[in-house]
Design a binder for this molecule. Structure first.
Ligand code: AFD
Ligand code: MN
Ligand code: MN
Length: 409
């Protein structure tokens, strides 16, 4: 560490000591942060208007593991890849080789996501579908996902249902709720005893009149009915404009029913942009709840995943920047002067309480993060280091012409 850096570190340590905070403990928290990388984000992805294909984009689950391992090489806090079963299929339907290949690359498989929205049979939904044969085929898929989760060595299943209706009168809403509860109970009962189910919610899209799991309240209702190993999954892009997400986080944490996050950012709807790129203050305020001492009870059991769609930026670069943005929000939340904040809250001094919180948000934590990365044996700027590493050029050559990896067309 250079003299100047050491001086900065000492100054920072003193500032933090005055707040009753410990620099070494903060650095430890930052080193222990874990974010699962989404297998479905490293390949080509697009919108319903089309996909801009990048040469070299991952095609197979093996490519995806390679790309995630490359990201992990530079960021150091993403040792797991979350999988989406129907986008990560193997030729022989066996997944133990996937676990072994991931391990050979220093990775492991994180949360496994069933896929109940791509098949033609899901026109009117999956478990909420009015036709029993579709509901039954969905339950079969769920059971296969439990097997895949087990073979991949994962302990968590993340379920997002696109189920819903488009028109008033289309279906009986009471019956849809009953089908939903029965279907999820079947999945929950099929899980191994050491598996956890994350139940994701979303207000609309692809259904536009009702979505069967439309908000955090419905997800919490279902999780409470299912049992201790069912928890709410909060996708940051799944809230109508203006919803206070950090308040939802505080409630779910207090109920010990926050299972995890799909991290992304949005401006208007489920835009799946880089987390922290549009509204970094919101991300900081979410981490400010996650790092409340009362939350510590189960905040280390929470699963953080990116869930993003990189349509115009190179996927790997978008993911690396997203990880860095999440580290920034977490670091800023860790340096909040909690003692002084609590005192001003008890005094009812609105101005000073807000100022103390915003003081942490306004702090430049890049030197702290650079130091943490240095102590982890990593470059201070993972994105620039990745660019210098030459991986992007390598995969273009290696994957040229495979699958849909052709420019334009
Ligand atoms: C879409 C859905 C939801 C889901 C993700 C991966 O909106 O967020 O988690 O696809 O299946 O973004
Ligand atoms: Mn999601
Ligand atoms: Mn989404």
């Amino acid at each position: 560490m250079t003299m100047n850096n050491q001086k900065n570190q000492d100054q920072l340590a003193e500032q933090l000591e005055r707040k009753g905070l410990n620099l070494a403990a903060i650095k430890e928290s930052l080193k222990n942060q874990v974010i699962e990388l989404p297998s479905w984000a490293v390949g080509n992805s697009g919108t319903r208007y089309g996909t801009f294909r990048d040469p070299g984009a991952a095609q197979t689950i093996w490519d995806k593991i390679d790309d995630c391992a490359e990201i992990q090489r530079w960021v150091g806090i993403c040792p797991k890849m979350a999988s989406h079963v129907l986008w990560d299929v193997t030729d022989d339907g066996k997944y133990t080789p996937v676990k072994e290949y991931a391990e050979s690359k220093g990775m492991s498989i994180g949360t496994v996501h069933p896929n109940t929205f791509m098949g033609q049979q899901f026109r009117f939904g999956s478990v909420c579908n009015p036709f029993e044969d579709v509901r039954n085929s969905t339950l079969e898929h769920f059971r296969d996902c439990v097997r895949i989760t087990r073979e991949m060595g994962s302990k968590s299943i993340g379920i997002w249902l696109a189920d819903g209706t488009n028109y008033p009168g289309q279906d009986n809403l009471f019956e849809r709720k009953h089908r939903l509860e029965e279907g999820l109970a079947d999945l929950y009962g099929a899980m191994d005893p050491d598996m956890t189910l994350f139940v994701e919610y979303k207000p609309f899209e692809p259904a536009f009149y009702t979505t069967d799991i439309m908000d955090w309240g419905m997800s919490l209702l279902l999780c409470n009915k299912l049992g201790d190993r069912a928890k709410v999954l909060v996708d940051l892009g799944h809230h109508l404009p203006g919803v206070n997400i950090e308040q939802i986080i505080a409630i779910l944490l207090d109920e010990k029913k926050l299972g995890g996050f799909h991290l992304n950012n949005c401006k208007y709807a489920d835009d799946d942009l880089m987390v922290g790129s549009i509204n970094p203050l919101e991300l900081f305020l979410i981490y400010a709840q996650l790092t409340e001492k009362e939350a510590h009870g189960n905040s280390d059991e929470i699963t953080y995943m990116l869930d993003q769609s990189h349509n115009i930026e190179p996927s790997i670069e978008g993911i690396i920047q997203s990880v860095m943005n999440t580290q920034t929000a977490f670091a800023k939340a860790l340096i909040i002067d909690r003692k002084a904040l609590a005192a001003e809250q008890q005094e009812g001094d609105v101005m000073m309480a807000n100022r103390i919180l915003m003081d942490a948000y306004e702090t430049d934590v890049r030197p702290l993060l650079a130091q943490v990365r240095a102590e982890m044996g990593l470059e201070p700027d993972p994105l620039l280091a990745y660019r210098r590493g030459g991986y992007a050029e390598k995969i273009v050559k290696k994957r040229k012409g495979t699958g849909t990896n052709t420019l334009g067309g």
